[in-house]
Structures are given as structure tokens and as C-alpha cells.
Design a protein around this ligand. Structure first.
Ligand code: ADP
Ligand code: MG
Length: 460
């Protein structure tokens, strides 16, 4: 520490949009902050990947940490925090005063650091554990203090100020943020995944063919462990819509809202996934509101997942038949099914416009490959549509093929599970687009089709 500038901190609480961070606790500058009464659990910031341009290797969580450091003012923040593996329930969530920046009192700091002081007595150090933070307010800018006594006094005052801010009516509710609930799943996930492994070892003829129509939890527990360099892809059909209920054709050009039952279907699926050892890196959807609303219901319980929309995942277009009552066009619908079953998968329901299964495959498969390639070793969930899902699943099952897409069951909020080989292709989006459909389809392995929430039929 150096300098003789006398400084007094002025504190004001400025709320920020809550930032949820999860990072490993690493060794800090070794200044003995702990001995001074305010240990700071320094967070790992992947400057190494950032500075060497290897952004693709950043996990979602690491990306969020870097983004926070790069987009927010340096200074002192208040937050709630929880160390994974320490404490049960909300008793494990603590008030935090956190510095982010250069720490100007010390001259040896070369990169910005995040240093949370968790205002709780821990029995032991927790280097290597993951700390979750919900950062809620900005307290003051960084100040260069002239001596250690001043620094200690001001940090203690930061702590008192943060405690009072966090206990205020606006922020205290974040003590119950679902982000902290997930810690429970993260803590148990290692145990659970070894259980899954045990089971898969027991079962020598391990799922050569996908399971169909099973309960989500049973099926997910029986899945083989994800192989390195693969993405586990949870593919969902949206919940029931008014168009489904009324028997109207609702494709890519005719949106329809979820019914109350459709929303409950999505919420119950989210709950079911929440009970499984599943950490979702992404919750995505097509841009159609029925898929968006279903995905939002899931994202509510997976708040760390990145929420995205992919335009290419929209439903097959029916052209000028969009919105038609199915009974009024039943003749054409039946004829189209016949064409498809005979192998004419380039046939369109509406001859002037709209799309065929092959058109959908040509649009959806390259887009999916480009997206999934970016998430090796992660689990992602996308909410799509009846034909989109059937086209992919049928294409990806060699024993089926696109010609049998009508035989693929796909109920509202039915869940499908596929593993995707990230290294099976070029890794370049352009080449994914150029690759043939069979090549793209061969990168998917279908593990489960049309899974249901347990007892869903009896309860809805
Ligand atoms: P370092 O320089 O390695 O960051 P510190 O003196 O700042 O060392 O102590 C921080 C370490 O102390 C943390 O990484 C954590 O393992 C442990 N620790 C214990 N209690 C706390 C606490 N209340 N807040 C933050 N870290 C704590
Ligand atoms: Mg520290």
C-alpha cells in the first residue's frame, strides 16, 4: 500500500438490475485480509481466455462474470451470496459487501478483481468451492486510502451500509432468489450423476433404442453419462394452445397463446426437471409466443440459464392454410399424410406456399447444429414445435428416417432427449449449413422421445 491521500467514503445506494454470478473461489493477493477481519473470497475471472481470444471456451457462468466486470462501474456493491456446499436452505444465504475493480489502495493489482466479503463466520476456508452471488446495489466508487487503519475503518463501514441496504424492503426478498435454490441441485449433482453412472453400468444392453413415453424423472435417471465433446439436448414441444384446443392449423405463420392448461403443463415439466440433477446452460425457444411462453415457464426455475430465441426453429409453415379449421381442410391434410408416408417428404400441405418436411429439415437441422456446437459438455433445452421436433427425431433415428415422421409421438410439453456430437462436424457454422442432411442428422443420438411428467394424465 502506498500514497498519502486522505479519503473519506461517501455512500449512496444505487440499485442495479440484479446480476447473478457463479464462480470458483480462488486465492487472492494474500494480503491477510482475513486477519484484519474482512476476508474476501476472490472470484475466478477468466482473463486468460478473454485475453487470448478463446471466448468459445468460456462457460455461460464465466462469461457472465467477465461481462459484469467489463460492463459495471468499479467500486463497492452489496449482494446476497451463498457458498455451494455450505449451509442448508436459506440459512446458507448471507449478506455480502463486495469490491469490484482495481483496489487502488494497493499498487500491485494488474487486472480488475471481484472480492466479496461474506458477512458470516465460516468454520473453515472454502477455496475451490463455487460462490453464487446476486448483486443488487452500488454503494460507492473505489477510493485510494492513505493507511491501513483508514482502509479497515471504511471497509467495516461498507459492511454496515450493505447490511442495512440488503435488509431494506426492496432488497431483502432476494434472500429467497431461486438462484440460491439451485445450489441444492448443484450440491447433489455429483452424487446423483454417479448414481446414474452406476445404473448405466448395471444395464449392459444400455438403451440401444430410445425410450418412448416414459416419465421424465425415471428416463433422465437412466440416461448414459454425457460423453466429452457432446451436448445434451432437451427438446420440448410447447404446451397446449388455443389453436390445439379449437382444432385450428397453427404453423409458422399463425401464432396462438397457451391455454391455462398449456401453461400448467410447462410449469409442471419445469418442476420435474428441477427435481433432476440437471443444470441447464441455455433455455431457448422459437420466436413463436407458444414456445416463448413455455420456455419462460422453464427459465423461471433455471435462472442461471441463458434465455435465447432462434428464428429458424419456428413451426412448419402452412402458407395460406394457416389458421384454417382442420375439419375444413381434412381432405388435404389426409392427402398430404399419404404423400409423406409414400416418401414424398417434399410435399407441401398448401401447394402455393408453406413448407414441406424437407424444407423444415433444411431450415432446422443446420440451425440446431450451429447452436449446439457452441455448447459442448453442457445441457441445453429448446422449446420447439410438433413438426420441427418430429422432423429432427425421425431424421436422427436411422431406423425411422424422415419418411416416418408421422409415427413419432409428440404430445404438448412432451420432452425428447438427444446427445449431439460437437466434433462430428466442422465446427464452423458455414459448413454446418452446407453439410448434407444425413450428415447433420447423424450427429444426433436420440435417447428419449415424448417423455411425460409423472401422473400427468391423471392430474390434468
Ligand atoms: P485471499 O487473499 O486468498 O483472498 P483472504 O485473506 O482474503 O485471502 O481470505 C479469503 C478466504 O477466506 C476465502 O477464499 C475463503 O476461503 C475464506 N473465508 C472464510 N470466511 C470468509 C468470509 N466470511 N468471506 C469471505 N471469505 C472467507
Ligand atoms: Mg481475498
Amino acid at each position: 500500500m502506498s500514497g498519502s491521500v486522505a479519503a473519506t467514503a461517501t455512500r449512496n445506494l444505487r440499485w442495479i438490475a440484479p446480476v447473478r454470478l457463479r464462480a470458483e473461489v480462488v486465492h487472492g493477493f494474500g494480503r491477510g485480509s482475513k486477519e484484519l477481519g474482512f476476508p474476501t473470497a476472490n472470484l475466478r475471472i477468466r482473463w486468460d481466455l478473454e485475453n487470448s481470444g478463446k471466448h468459445a471456451q468460456l462457460t455461460e457462468g464465466e462469461h457472465a462474470v467477465l461481462q459484469f466486470v467489463q460492463s459495471h462501474d468499479t467500486g463497492i456493491y452489496c449482494a446476497f451470496g451463498r457458498v455451494e456446499g455450505c449451509g442448508e436452505g436459506h440459512g446458507g444465504v448471507h449478506r455480502v459487501a463486495m469490491s469490484m475493480g482495481w483496489n487502488p489502495t494497493f499498487k500491485d493489482v494488474k487486472t480488475k478483481a471481484i472480492e466479496p466479503w461474506i458477512m458470516h463466520e465460516f468454520k473453515e476456508d472454502f477455496y475451490g468451492s463455487h460462490l453464487r452471488l446476486v448483486v443488487l446495489g452500488y454503494i460507492r466508487p473505489e477510493i485510494e486510502f492513505s493507511n491501513l487503519d483508514e482502509l479497515i475503518r471504511e471497509i467495516k463501514a461498507d459492511g454496515e451500509f450493505c447490511k442495512a441496504a440488503l435488509d431494506g424492503p426492496e432488497l431483502i426478498r432476494f434472500l429467497y432468489d431461486p438462484f440460491f435454490e439451485l445450489t441444492r441441485y448443484a450440491m447433489s449433482s455429483t452424487k446423483m450423476s454417479s448414481r446414474i453412472k452406476d445404473r448405466s453400468n448395471d444395464c449392459s444392453s444400455h438403451q440401444a433404442t430410445p425410450v418412448v413415453g416414459m416419465c421424465v424423472r425415471t428416463a433422465l435417471q437412466g440416461l448414459p453419462p454425457l460423453q466429452l465433446g457432446n451436448t445434451r439436448f432437451l427438446l420440448l414441444r410447447h404446451g397446449e394452445t388455443f389453436a390445439n384446443e379449437l382444432g385450428l392449423l397453427s404453423g409458422g405463420g399463425n401464432d396462438s397463446e397457451l391455454t391455462a392448461r398449456g401453461l400448467v403443463q410447462a410449469e409442471r415439466l419445469a418442476e420435474e426437471l428441477g427435481r433432476c440433477p440437471t443444470e441447464l446452460a441455455v433455455v431457448g425457444s422459437s420466436p413463436l409466443q407458444r414456445a416463448v411462453a413455455s420456455a419462460n415457464a422453464i427459465a423461471m426455475l433455471f435462472s442461471t440459464a441463458k434465455r435465447i430465441e432462434l428464428d429458424d426453429l419456428r413451426e412448419m409453415s402452412y402458407g395460406s392454410f394457416e389458421g384454417a379449421c382442420i375439419t375444413n381442410v381434412s381432405h388435404q391434410v389426409k392427402a398430404t399424410s399419404g404423400h409423406w408416408r409414400r416418401g414424398q417428404t417434399n410435399h407441401r400441405l398448401c401447394s402455393e406456399a408453406g413448407e414441406s418436411p424437407e424444407d423444415v429439415a433444411n431450415r432446422v437441422l443446420p440451425a440446431l447444429c450451429c447452436f449446439l456446437e457452441k455448447h459442448p459438455d453442457q445441457t441445453v433445452l429448446l422449446v420447439c414445435h410438433n413438426w420441427v421436433n418430429r422432423v429432427l427425431l425421425a431424421s436422427a433415428m436411422p431406423e425411422m428416417g424422415l419418411v416416418r415422421l408421422l409415427d413419432v409421438p409428440q404430445r404438448n410439453c412432451g420432452l425428447n432427449v438427444l446427445d449431439f456430437s460437437c466434433s462430428g462436424g466442422s465446427g464452423s457454422p458455414q459448413q454446418s449449413v452446407a453439410a448434407t442432411l444425413p450428415t447433420l442428422a447423424s450427429r444426433f443420438k436420440v435417447l428419449a422421445v415424448d417423455l411425460k411428467v409423472s401422473d400427468s394424465e391423471s392430474r390434468m
